[in-house]
Design a protein around this ligand. Structure first.
Ligand code: AQP
Length: 333
């Protein structure tokens, strides 16, 4: 639904649950700035979501600042985008609870992220991990969001948010905009460097599987050098070559070359040369982000001013939706 200036609305978020990876960058953040001019954009550091997995408090606090600084280092101008921290706008938690009551147990049980994360955190399968998608629906629906840029791993959650919005609208008449996903096809899912059949994740304990946005060039080169490929030696994009295909996807994202061009470029060359080239392209592509991040993170007062102004702006929009929801349900407001 357009805002008061007639602009359509974009919302997305990233959890401060670890150091951000090139998966988060290529699958999500890099695409955020393309909406800044034509849309009203809300980009959130979703700290409420991150405590579904146990966090070290000091690290969570540090990463919240860092995630905000990374948004800005990746080109999100705070004057053009509303940048804020989820827990600073209590309406997220409030609508999250309300939507819990409009989300079915069976729907939540089918979520693959819940199954994956409960397998990885068997000692802490908490209720928040289970109801995570209702809170994500609240994040999106609070802003009457039209478009949600996310990686493909979030598609199932986004579809649930759409179902919850339609269900609520059907019971109480039109209340929420039903959002559409914006899922970049070129980089849909960046895979782990040591196990190219599983997603690259910031919480992966094996640091060699993951390239972080803020890794030094030496670390980037070392990690790509060790990346798993296969016993064949041809550089070709194919489902039966997940390691090589993942590296080609990353190389394509940083160079803009097509898979055919990449296959031609490395025709007759070995994996060693190819991995070096991917490492160089990735490190060079990330260098400006790293430099800008170093500048931004040194000014904590500025980051605090950005998050405060962002939360005020976001709360203004969120309050409108929340009060509409409460009236429709029958709460005394
Ligand atoms: N490997 C990936 N490829 C493409 N996109 C990805 N995203 C995450 N990993 C990849 C996208 O990044 C955005 C933010 O993700 P998130 O922080 O909300 O949580 P996530 O999807 O659970 O990401 P991680 O890195 O795997 O975090 P942890 O390890 O904490 O669970 C989303 O748009 C996501 O699609």
């Amino acid at each position: 639904m357009p805002d008061q200036n007639g602009k359509k609305i974009v919302f997305s978020g990233v959890q401060p649950s670890g150091n951000l990876t090139i998966g988060n960058y290529l699958g999500a953040i890099k695409n955020f700035s393309r909406f800044s001019d034509e849309y009203k954009t809300f980009y959130c550091v979703v700290d409420l979501h991150s405590i579904t997995v146990r966090q070290v408090p000091a690290e969570l606090r540090r990463r919240t600042y860092e995630t905000l600084a990374l948004y800005m280092a990746c080109g999100l101008d705070e004057k053009k985008n509303t940048l804020f921290v989820q827990s600073h706008v209590p309406a997220h938690a409030e609508l999250g609870w309300i939507l819990d009551c409009y989300t079915m147990f069976g729907e939540l049980s089918r979520m693959t992220q819940f199954k994956d994360k409960s397998a990885k955190n068997a000692e802490n399968i908490n209720a928040g991990l289970f109801t995570y998608p209702s809170l994500m629906a609240a994040d999106i629906l609070l802003y009457q969001t039209d478009v949600v840029p996310v990686g493909i791993d979030q598609k199932q959650h986004l579809e649930l948010a759409r179902d919850v919005a339609m269900r609520f609208n059907q019971i109480y008449s039109d209340t929420f905009t039903v959002p559409e996903g914006y899922i970049p096809t070129e980089t849909m899912k960046i895979m782990s460097l040591s196990d190219p059949t599983s997603k690259m994740s910031k919480s992966d304990p094996n640091q060699n599987s993951v390239v972080y946005i803020l890794d030094s060039k030496d670390d980037v080169m070392r990690k790509f050098k060790r990346a798993v490929t296969d016993s064949d030696s041809t550089i070709r994009y194919s489902e039966d070559k997940p390691g090589v295909s993942n590296l080609m996807t990353i190389y394509r994202a940083f160079t803009g070359k097509s898979f055919e061009e990449i296959e031609r470029e490395f025709d007759g060359k070995g994996y060693g040369d190819f991995k070096m080239a991917v490492g160089e392209a990735c490190a060079d592509g990330l260098a400006p982000v790293r430099d800008e991040f170093a500048r931004l993170i040194a000014d904590k007062a500025h980051l605090e001013a950005v998050m405060k102004a962002g939360a005020e702006e976001a709360a203004f929009y969120a309050r409108k939706t929340l009060s509409k929801v409460k009236r429709k349900i029958g709460f005394v407001v």
